[in-house]
Structure formats: structure tokens, C-alpha cells
Write a new protein. Structure first.
Length: 595
């Protein structure tokens, strides 16, 4: 039973997290998730073999065996095999996909640990390219099961209620030769993007130098000339790689638009909202939310920027050796599921928090389904802010540990990570000097303001770029759109326009996870509602957080409303969140008058 659940989780989530699309089709996400949630809580065991991460070895999956095992199921159905025999063959297929999804996660982790590693760069490209073919194989197998004489019995005994209806017509599948070929092309382009940013070289003072090493050296400036050298190196990088990265981004956009047409969607944005992220809100809802950010939060952000509030906060150095014990202290102080999850992570060494200029410029949590074990990847900057970032990813880890990575939307996952950032702030006393904790508390509210502003601006940029279309876009046009976004959202400092036009080059999600970024501000709205509960009555926010966490499969909006919280899309709802931020940082104007 365990394996049939694990493969289903992988089918829903691994491709979403690693390449931006992967829900098998239609409303399968919710149907399959409901069935998983009925079974998963009591049937699984975390890391039953007791392996540390270093003992979880990568090996390229045998796709010939996987294909043969899927074919065996289809042949058994055609030959009139008994129910038990078919279920045993299905179990073998589930084992195969369990392995495939785990190896996919491991390849991604090791690729991100050192982008210069040619072996794992090649393995990640291979497995991400093949993932769409594997998903198509399983999709076709499910249609064969549903359409067979055993369909009703398999629905009752093996799959989930409504399985046969979900797979009634193979023509409804999102997987076809054209869409799968485009998914493979997408994976190739993502690998090209990773190659470009892995170890860029620029010409500096007449010599070719490694950009990341140079930037690290120049970042420790102590005078005006050092500051200008640092900015000069940044500008040289942007000018050198603007055209190459624009070419990749535009090619990816073309692939996404073609993929949308192949799947029957009108736009790539619609495809990602439905197929990619299984959202229960629309691009239209997101557009209204983005407008609300402009109305209620941009004036506060401009006011804070004019007063240099962000620059007034100093974050102290914090080594990786001190970072990990600090997270331990936070988890143990919070208790509940956090303490248990940290103990599990610590025992099996399920995190990578060592700094390196050659690590991917990202932090994430992924799931190793063969071992029923979450894993955290972190690229720290070396300051106390890393503790908040680590807490964010640990929020994902705790959620995945509690629910055995039960399928859900990205928006719901981000609620649990962002909420824990806020809820952990009252549990840092004594772990860091009081001045550092105060800086993190003030900084967290300003970070929340920045998240609303910047992530909404990225989403706005992305939507407008796709609306123009790949045939009309150029590097120059992308730069113009980016600069306009920074102006529209109020964070384009005078004199820095030349730098701000290049911001899109630094946003990994735009290349690897199209239309993901809107999930950050939308889920932050809900996360801050939990923070408001905690401020109103100590412990109430945490209680609601852990009350919400163990769940059956629930959609984002379903979870929000069933727990008595307000929809981020409620009229004027963002105004109340804006008021909390305004009160905390001292913004003097009534929110109702902000415009």
C-alpha cells in the first residue's frame, strides 16, 4: 500500500518542484490527493531503513525496466488477468516511479550543491528531460486501467473514488507526443540556463576572471572606490550575460506558450495555474491582488525607502557552525511538530547549509520518497538573516514530515514556511544577542513588505512579458519591462535605473518555475493572519498553525476558509495586512487614504 501512495505523491509534486509542471491532468490533483490522504497517515514510516543522507546514493533509473513493467500491466489487462495479479504488477510500477522521483530529487540536490559538477549537471538534465516521458507512460497506464473490465474493481480496491471518471477519455490527457516533446525541450533549456549561471566569467581590468570569486572578493569593500569596483563588476556581468540569458528566457517562454496550445489552454499562464500548480484561484484573481499591492502597500514601501528603514538594520555575522544550533534552539522552543521534525532531520543529516559561491543561488526543501524523508538545501549569506531563511525551509520540512509530503498546492506549502518565520521570532530570545533578535523582528516586517512588493512586481513582469509574446520580445524589451515594474512598484532608487533594468536576470524562478512567484505574496497574506493571532494572544497563532497542518488533501482556499481565516482575494482584505505593517514600522497615514 505504501508504494502506491508514494508514486502518486511523486507524480503530483516532484515535477512541479523541479521543473515547473507535473500534475497528471484535469482535476486529478485533488482526486488523487484525497485518496492519498485517507491512507498516508497510518501507512508510512519515516526512513524505515534508518539511512543518513550520505547513504542515500544516486543511481540513474533503469527506464527500460520501468517501460517494461508498465507494459506488463497493460498486457495483463488485455489478457484478462485477475485483479490481484494486476495489482501486484501495479505495485512494481509504483516502486519504479518511487525510485525515479527520488533519483530526480537527488540529482537536483547534487547539481545545486556544486553547479560546476559536470556529472550531476548531465544527470539532472537527463532525468529532467526523461521525466515527461515517464509521466506519459503512467498516464497511459492509468487510462488503460480505467478503461479495462477491471476498472471499477481497481477504483474500489486500489485507486480512488472517481478514478474511472477521471480517466474515461484518453483524449482528455494533457500528455501527448507534442506536449511531451516540449517538456523535454523545456528541461534542456533549464539546463542551459544553469550552465550559464554556474560559473560565469567576465572581463575585468583586462583579464578574464571568475565572476563569483571576484564579487566575493570585492564585497568586503571599505571605501568609496571599493564600492564602485563592486558595482562595476556587477554591471559588467549584467552587460555580458544580458543577451544570452534573454535568449534562454524567450526560448523558454516560446516553449511554454506552445505547450499550452498542445494541452488545450489559451495561455501559458492559464496552463501553469491549472496544470502546473493546481491553484484554486485564477490569473484574474492574481491580477486583482497585484493591483491591491500597488494600492495598499506601495505607498508604505516608498515611505520606508525614503527613510532608509531597511538600511538602518544591521545583521551580525553568523557562521554555518552557529546557524544550525540556533535552528535547533528555535525548533525545541516551539515544540509541537517542530521539535520532532528537527530531531529527525538532525539524526539523518537531512540538510545542507554549508556556504559556497558555487552552490545554486537558492534555498529549497524537497522530498526523498523512497525514504519518506524531507531534505533542506540552503545557501547561506553568513549573517543572522540566515536563521530566518533556514526557519522558512524548515517550515516546509515540518509540513512534509507531518504529512508525508501529502499532495497540495504550492500556495498552501508557502503558508507553512512563511508563517513559521513570523511565529519563530518570539522563540529566538537567548539563542542570539538581544540586539540581533530585535533586528530580525524589525527586519522580518520590512522583509514581508518587500516580499509583497517585489514578488508581486515579478509576477506582474512575467505576466506582461508573456502577454507581449516571445516573437516580439528582445533583451532590450525585457529590460524595459523590468525597469517599468520597479517604477510601478516604487523601488527604483534614483541613479540606479541602469541596474534595476536587469533584475529579471537574477530571478531563478522566472527561468525554472514559470508563474510560481505569485504564490509568495498570496500565501504571505495568510501567514500574516496567523502572526496577527499570535500577537493578539501568545500561543494562539502557533496553535492554529499546528491545527491546520495535519490534514487530508485540501486546496489552498479550502484550508484558509475552513480554519476561519480570510481569503487573500477578499475585497479590501490586504488593507488589514497593510495596517499591521504600517503600525509596526510607524507609517503615519491611514491605509484607507493610501493610493
Amino acid at each position: 500500500m505504501k508504494k502506491r501512495m508514494t508514486v502518486a505523491v511523486a507524480l503530483l509534486l516532484v515535477l512541479v518542484l523541479l521543473c515547473g509542471c507535473g500534475i497528471p491532468g484535469g482535476d486529478l490533483g485533488s482526486k488523487l490527493g484525497e485518496k492519498l490522504a485517507e491512507l498516508v497517515q497510518g501507512a508510512n514510516e519515516h526512513n524505515p531503513d534508518g539511512l543518513k543522507f550520505s547513504e542515500m546514493h544516486y543511481a540513474r533509473p533503469d527506464l527500460d525496466k520501468l517501460s517494461a513493467d508498465v507494459a506488463a500491466v497493460e498486457e495483463a489487462l488485455e489478457s484478462g488477468a485477475k485483479l490481484k495479479a494486476v495489482e501486484e504488477l501495479l505495485d512494481v510500477c509504483m516502486d519504479d516511479y518511487d525510485e525515479f522521483s527520488t533519483m530526480y530529487s537527488l540529482a537536483n540536490i547534487y547539481n545545486c550543491k556544486d553547479l560546476r559538477d559536470e556529472y550531476f549537471a548531465a544527470e539532472y538534465e537527463w532525468i529532467s528531460t526523461e521525466s515527461s516521458t515517464v509521466s506519459q507512460l503512467f498516464d497511459e497506464m492509468y487510462y488503460a486501467c480505467a478503461g479495462s473490465p477491471l476498472g471499477a474493481e481497481l477504483e474500489e480496491d486500489y485507486f480512488w473514488e472517481g478514478f474511472c471518471e477521471d480517466y474515461a477519455d484518453p483524449d482528455d490527457s494533457y500528455y501527448n507526443d507534442e506536449s511531451v516533446a516540449l517538456m523535454q525541450r523545456e528541461s534542456e533549456l533549464v539546463s542551459r540556463y544553469r550552465d550559464i549561471v554556474a560559473d560565469p566569467v567576465i572581463e575585468w581590468k583586462g583579464e578574464e576572471v571568475a565572476f563569483y570569486e571576484l564579487l566575493e572578493e570585492l564585497s568586503d569593500y571599505s571605501d568609496v572606490q571599493g564600492y564602485y569596483d563592486y558595482l562595476g563588476a556587477l554591471m559588467t556581468y549584467y552587460e555580458t550575460y544580458n543577451e544570452p540569458l534573454a535568449e534562454v528566457y524567450i526560448d523558454l517562454m516560446r516553449v511554454h506558450e506552445d505547450m499550452a496550445k498542445a494541452m488545450g489552454f489559451d495561455t501559458a499562464e492559464e496552463m501553469e495555474f491549472v496544470f502546473g500548480f493546481d491553484r484554486d484561484y485564477t490569473p484574474g484573481d492574481a491580477a486583482v491582488f497585484i493591483d491591491d499591492v500597488k494600492t495598499y502597500l506601495v505607498p508604505i514601501s516608498v515611505w520606508a525607502e525614503e527613510r532608509g528603514l531597511s538600511y538602518s538594520i544591521t545583521y551580525s555575522p553568523l557562521s554555518a557552525e552557529d546557524l544550525y544550533p540556533a535552528l535547533r534552539g528555535v525548533a525545541e522552543s516551539i515544540g509541537h511538530g517542530c521539535a520532532e521534525a528537527f530531531s529527525f532531520m538532525d539524526k539523518y543529516e537531512l540538510c545542507d547549509y554549508e556556504p559556497s559561491v558555487y552552490k545554486a543561488n537558492t534555498s529549497f526543501q524537497t522530498y526523498l520518497s523512497m525514504y519518506d524523508a524531507p531534505f533542506v538545501f540552503l545557501n547561506p549569506e553568513g549573517t543572522t538573516r540566515d536563521l530566518v531563511t533556514f526557519v522558512h525551509e524548515f517550515g516546509h520540512f515540518t509540513d512534509s514530515y507531518t504529512n508525508f509530503d501529502a499532495a497540495e498546492t504550492i500556495d498552501l506549502a508557502e503558508v507553512y514556511s512563511q508563517a513559521l518565520e513570523f511565529l519563530s521570532l518570539s522563540h529566538m530570545d537567548g539563542l542570539l544577542p538581544a540586539s540581533d533578535v530585535d533586528a530580525l523582528r524589525t527586519g522580518k516586517m520590512l522583509d514581508a513588505l518587500d516580499t509583497f512588493i517585489q514578488q508581486a512586481s515579478f509576477a506582474d513582469f512575467e505576466s506582461k512579458a508573456h502577454a507581449i509574446g516571445p516573437d516580439e520580445l528582445t533583451a532590450e524589451k525585457l529590460n524595459e519591462l523590468a525597469l517599468q515594474a520597479t517604477r510601478d512598484f516604487g523601488y527604483c532608487p534614483e541613479g540606479f535605473e541602469e541596474f534595476m533594468q536587469y533584475f529579471w536576470m537574477d530571478i531563478t524562478h522566472l527561468f525554472e518555475y514559470p508563474f510560481y512567484v505569485i504564490s509568495y505574496p498570496v500565501s504571505l497574506d495568510v501567514a500574516m493572519q496567523l502572526y496577527v493571532l499570535e500577537v493578539g494572544e501568545a500561543g494562539s497563532g502557533l496553535d492554529k498553525y499546528f491545527e491546520m497542518m495535519p490534514r487530508d488533501y485540501d486546496t489552498f482556499m479550502e484550508t484558509v476558509t475552513e480554519n476561519g481565516l480570510e481569503s487573500p482575494f477578499a475585497e479590501g482584505g490586504l488593507a488589514s495586512i497593510a495596517q499591521v505593517i504600517a503600525d509596526t514600522i510607524g507609517y503615519p497615514e491611514p491605509i484607507a487614504q493610501a493610493s
